[in-house]
Design a protein around this ligand. Structure first.
Ligand code: PLP
Length: 386
């Protein structure tokens, strides 16, 4: 007799858990996990402590504490020159993770199709499936990690309800161009589809690259759910505060699910986050510069040991092709790196559907969101492969 609900039948242990266990066993440096090994700014911790001391310890509005929604609206104005109504168009969630779940539960009926661009952040498909949705995969392919417009167009039909995408993109580190987003926008309009755009890396964009938002393209604001969070911009992945930006009608739907899922995200942390979003422009610029330097610290070693990296424009991951080293399987190569040199990475085939895993079989993903001491030590270990 199994008590587990049928809807969980396809869910297994995440690749991150498996790699973390092996990394522990071999005391490997973890360039696998997508979170920093240092905390974000002290001022956030102080602002949260003050909020607790002032008594902000009770439930707040389900859709978010007023000061945080106001701060998100100011952030919109400052970085995207957009007026957003904090009362009706912003919903504070328990991280982008909850926002993704709400987006699926609020809009997908059983049997609806959900287009997922792959490689995808590993929660998209379970979220779509929990809502009864049927994923339709459209791959991004190396070397540029982009989609084929005809293949994308062929995935849309009158059962399509949502498309889930991520820009700047994990794991490839590419940002979708305006022209690419326009192709997606045209298809969403043609087939009356809602776009869920995960933009958690919105502030980690390097050099001349530019983060363009689907919601800012003509006619897209009313059919786009934009998701972001504190995790990556403020190096506080454990705080679990994120948000959804959407029209009033779409916000109302996600709020219904949110209200009966978590009620509200952690109240005192919302006050700390409000202070964080108002940090000066210099904070955001330093963040991007620091990550660009970390990327550039790791890249030469990756090249020297014979891997061919895709140079990321954004995010904190580097995808690298290891086929010249005589390996042909990403999981086997990841295990080899952990066991022989003590560096943990992630096999990106985990971010593809079963039919398309071969597209990533010769790639691995390095995370460079670690302090320089860890990155330098990892480079020294990796050089043993040269
Ligand atoms: C693309 C992407 N979306 C969402 C998340 C989760 O964000 P949060 O910590 O806000 O739940 C991550 C975390 O790694 C991510 O890479």
């Amino acid at each position: 007799m199994t008590y587990q609900a049928d809807r969980l039948a396809n869910f297994g242990t995440s690749i991150f858990t498996e790699i973390a266990a092996l990394a522990d066993q071999h005391q490997a440096l973890r360039l696998s996990s997508g979170y920093p090994n240092t905390s974000g700014p002290n001022s956030l911790i102080e602002a949260t402590t003050v909020a607790m001391q002032k008594g902000h310890n009770q439930y707040v509005w389900s859709h978010g504490a007023g000061p945080l929604r106001d701060a998100i609206a100011r952030h919109e104005q400052r970085f995207y020159q957009r007026e957003v109504n904090p009362d009706t168009e912003i919903t504070v969630t328990a991280g982008a993770t909850e926002a993704l779940f709400l987006s699926a539960m609020a809009f997908v009926n059983p049997g609806d199709e959900v287009i997922v661009l792959e490689p995808y952040f590993e929660y998209y498909v379970p979220n779509a499936e929990m809502a009864g949705g049927v994923p339709r995969y459209v791959p991004l392919r190396a070397p540029d990690w982009t989609f084929d417009p005809d293949e994308l167009a062929a995935a849309f039909n009158n059962k399509t309800k949502l498309i889930m995408l991520n820009t700047p993109h994990n794991p490839t580190g590419r940002v979708f161009t305006k022209a690419q987003l326009q192709i997606i926008a045209d298809l969403c309009q043609k087939w009356d589809v809602i776009a869920v755009v995960d933009e958690v890396y919105e502030h980690l964009v390097y050099g001349d690259a530019q983060h363009v938002r689907l919601r800012d393209l003509p006619e897209m604001a009313d059919r786009t759910i934009t998701i972001s969070s504190m995790s990556k911009t403020f190096s506080m992945t454990g705080w679990r505060i994120g948000w959804i930006l959407a029209s009033e009608a779409l916000s109302n739907a996600v709020r219904l699910v949110h209200q009966f899922t978590v009620d509200c995200a952690s109240a005192p942390l919302q006050f700390g986050c409000a202070a964080a979003l108002d940090l000066p422009d210099a904070y955001y610029a330093d963040l991007a510069n620091t990550y660009a330097q970390k990327r550039d610290l790791l890249l030469p070693t990756i090249q020297q040991i014979g891997l061919k990296p895709y140079i990321p424009d954004a995010g904190f991951f580097i995808m690298a092709d290891f086929s010249d080293l005589g390996f042909s399987d990403d999981v086997a190569f990841c295990k080899h790196l952990i066991e022989t040199v003590g560096v943990a990475t992630i096999p990106p085939s985990a971010f593809f559907s079963s039919g398309n895993k071969s597209l990533a079989k010769q790639w691995i993903r390095f995370a460079f969101c670690k302090d320089d001491a860890v990155l330098t030590a990892a480079c020294e270990r990796l050089m043993q492969l040269s």
